[in-house]
Structures are given as C-alpha cells and as structure tokens.
Write a protein that binds this ligand. Structure first.
Ligand code: SF4
Length: 439
C-alpha cells in the first residue's frame, strides 16, 4: 500500500503554526507524510482561527474548494479554534467535513480519521486541561522552531474568543520545555520562540517565566530566543531582568496595546491604563536598550469616540512602534463585548482603520530609514519570494540579501543598505561572510 498523505493548511497565530507541527508529528507516528498538494491528499485538514469573522469566512470558502479534491475514502477535517467554537454545528453546515476537533483533542485525530473512513463523522471539542502533548515530537524543520509553553488564557478581554476556544491557562513543566528545546538543538535548531496566550504569566508551580527564560537560554546551541505574546501586566522585574541578562534573548517584544484610551481599555477589560502601558514600555526600554517593539491595535471597539481614537493615535506616536498590526473590531458570538450596545458604525471604523494604518506605517518607515547603514546579525531563513534570501535581525526586521541557498540556517552580519519602509535590503559585511562560512 502506498504511503498515506496529510495536507494541512494553517490560519491564525503562531500557536496554530506550532499546533500544526504537532498534528503532522501525530500523523507521522501513523506512517503519514505531509504533502503540500491538497489534490491527491488522503487527509485534508484546516487548522483554523476564530479571532475574527473574516478568518472564519475564509475557512468556509477554502472548505468549499477542498470539497472538489475529495475522493471516496478521503477525509476532510477542521481543527483549531473555529472547530472548537462551532463544534458539531460545523458538521451540519458542511456535509463533506468528517471530523471537527478542538485544540485539546489532537491526540485522537488519527483515530477519528480512521473512523471517518468507516463513515463516522465526529466532533471532539472537549477541554482537557492536562493535555500538553508531551510525548509528541512536533514536525519542525530548519533552524527556527516554535515551542508552546502555555495553553489557554485566564484573562477575559471582552472582545476575545480565545478563553472560549482554548480554555483556562496552564503551563508545561519547565523541565519538559527544556527537554524539548534540547532535542530541537540536537536537530540543528538554533532559534526558539516560546509561545503562550499570555506567555509571560507562565508558571509551572515552581518556576516562573524568568526562570524559564534563563533555563531555555542556557541550552547549548540555542543562539536566539523569542517569545510571544506577552501581556503588559506580567512583565515582573524578574522577567525584565532575565530578558536583559540572557544573551540569547532577542531585542524584540510584541506588546499588544489594543487601545491608547484608558476608557476603552477598561471596557476591553485589558486591566491596564494608557499610563500603565507606557510605564511597561519605559521599563523594557531601560533594561534592554534598542529593543524593538511591535503591537496589536483594535479600532472601532463599541463606544470608541473620536477622542478615544485620537488617544490611540497619540499612544502609537508616543511609543514609536517598529510595526503595528491593526484590526477593525470584529464581534464574536458569546464574548462580553457583544452585549455593548454602542457599536461604532462600519464606515467610521473603516475610516479610523485607514488613519491608524497610515500613521503607524509612517512612523515605522521613519524609524527604519534611520537604521539604514547600520550592521546587524541576521539568521538566514530561506529563499525570498522575489529571489535572493530572506533573513531576520535579532530585532525582528526582515532583510533581503543576495546569496545562494547554502546559507539558509546560517548567521551572518549584514549592513542595511535600503528599506521599503518595512523590509530592508542588506549586504554581508566581510566579517559576516566569514561568519556564515563557519555557521
Ligand atoms: S489576554 Fe485577552 S486578548 Fe489575549 S488571549 Fe487572553 S483574553 Fe484574548
């Protein structure tokens, strides 16, 4: 019998990307190999996001397309946060979908797929707070890997569906995380990104996030360490000290801000004020000079006035982010914010989104122009879409460099020679080239 193949398409955050590696690892144990081609795959899975309606609509569209590739005996499944949110109703809405599995049920996926071949259609959306998939080896490739250290979220931001789709917060044991990082390092991984919904609230009962940073940063072979996404309230002095002192810790933090208006932040239940956010930024910048900061912003949250929006723009200006991911508020069924009755009209929210995008881009561009001419260590990640290589600085800036594929996975020093405003072009310095040869 020929080898069975699994096709997996991933939407949403890095947590989903890490879960997809885990799912491929689970299927590999059953003898499956991953394929990039949906047509001809024995199993077609979509790992979904539920954070915005737009993401869910895209999945519905993709499911329609996958239906065309489904031959007798093939299995189509929906996994992830949208699967958790909709559960069995997804089976009713899409008759060609065989399995629907939430983030805590991936262990049973191969068995459910086997059952689907016998005509069983199943939804598994049970929360299993103990599930960390400790014995599953994720199918990671290359020099960089995601490592999930925490699942679920105990915050209850009023706009957010995540606590409903991923359950309560729980952390893996520090020793288990370090063990996984050691195995990754033995396979040639040199950069790890620690993942959690509010990753810096990590606590396994004995060790906190500061301990985790020090332990992972000390694993031989790990040259770069990142984490995402933190909550501003969980940057204790201990965590910030560890960030400043662990050499592998990269000088970049993605620090979700959501709004610059204390009034809106309160209605979002973000649990910090504008001033509190700024104070956090100040502490990070003081401890880690030159740290790059990126953020998430929601505009058009219910009740957002023109003054609230102006506060958001001014906070973006005050902080001077390196990049900002901006979104229009998207109501999600079952979240507390849907009970707020003072919705912002669509056209107003759309216009605010355009304004914040333009301002954030302008500021990022000015900041990036100031970096042209400076030299940075980059990790070469792969081929760039338009030829050449794509590399990344410790501060998370993307740099396009000339070179052949042998350099992928290597570090080198490059001088930034230009910027589009967001990405850079660069040339290896003489010493950088020497570095790249020794890897
Ligand atoms: S901290 Fe807030 S926005 Fe982030 S996952 Fe938890 S509830 Fe959602």
């Amino acid at each position: 019998m020929s080898t069975r193949t699994v096709y997996l398409e991933t939407y949403g955050c890095q947590m989903n990307a890490a879960d997809s590696d885990l799912i491929v690892g689970l299927f590999a144990r059953e003898g499956y190999v991953r394929t990039d081609d949906a047509a001809g795959a024995d199993v077609m899975l979509i790992n979904t996001c539920a954070v915005r309606d737009h993401a869910e609509q895209r999945v519905i569209g993709r499911l329609g397309e996958l239906k065309r590739h489904k031959r007798p005996g093939d299995v189509v499944g929906v996994v992830g946060c949208m699967a958790q949110r909709l559960g069995p109703t997804l089976l009713e809405q899409a008759p060609h979908v065989d399995v629907v599995v939430g983030p805590d049920g991936y262990r049973s996926l191969p068995a459910l797929v086997a059952g689907a071949r016998d005509g069983q259609r199943t939804a598994d959306v049970e929360f299993r707070s103990w599930e960390h998939y400790e014995d599953v080896e994720p199918a990671t490739e290359g020099a960089s890997a995601f490592v999930t250290v925490q699942r679920g979220c105990n915050y209850r931001c009023t706009f957010c569906v995540v606590p409903m789709t991923r359950g309560s917060e729980r952390s893996r044991n520090l020793a288990d995380v370090v063990g996984e990082v050691r195995r990754l390092a033995a396979r040639g991984v040199t950069e790890v990104t620690l993942l959690g919904q509010t990753v810096n609230s990590y606590n396994d009962g004995a060790a906190d996030f500061a301990d985790l940073l020090r332990a992972v940063g000390a694993v031989p072979g790990i040259r770069r360490m990142r984490f995402t996404s933190p909550h501003p309230n969980d940057f204790s002095d201990r965590v910030i000290a560890a960030m400043a002192q662990v050499p592998a810790m990269c000088e970049h933090v993605h620090l979700p801000m959501q709004s610059g208006s204390s009034r809106t932040l309160k209605r979002m239940l973000r649990r910090y004020t504008r001033e509190g956010y700024l104070e956090c930024v100040g502490r990070l910048r003081q401890a880690v000079p030159g740290i790059a900061l990126t953020t998430d912003i929601i505009v058009g949250f219910p009740g957002e006035t023109e003054q609230d929006f102006a506060d958001t723009v001014s906070l973006v200006e005050d902080v001077g982010f390196d990049d900002a991911y901006t979104f229009r508020y998207s109501p999600r069924d079952g979240t507390p914010a849907t009970r707020l009755t003072d919705a912002v009209p669509d056209d107003v929210a759309g216009e605010r989104l355009e304004r914040i995008i333009a301002r954030a881009r302008q500021l990022a561009r000015a900041k990036n122009l100031g970096l042209v001419g400076s030299t940075h260590e980059v990790l070469v990640e792969g081929r760039a879409k338009r030829g050449g290589l794509q590399a990344r600085t410790r501060t998370n800036k993307i740099v396009l460099v000339e070179g052949n594929e042998d350099l992928v996975g290597n570090y080198m020093d490059v001088r930034l020679t230009g910027t589009t405003g967001s990405t850079f072009s660069g040339v290896p310095t003489r010493s950088g080239l020497e570095l790249s040869v020794v890897g």
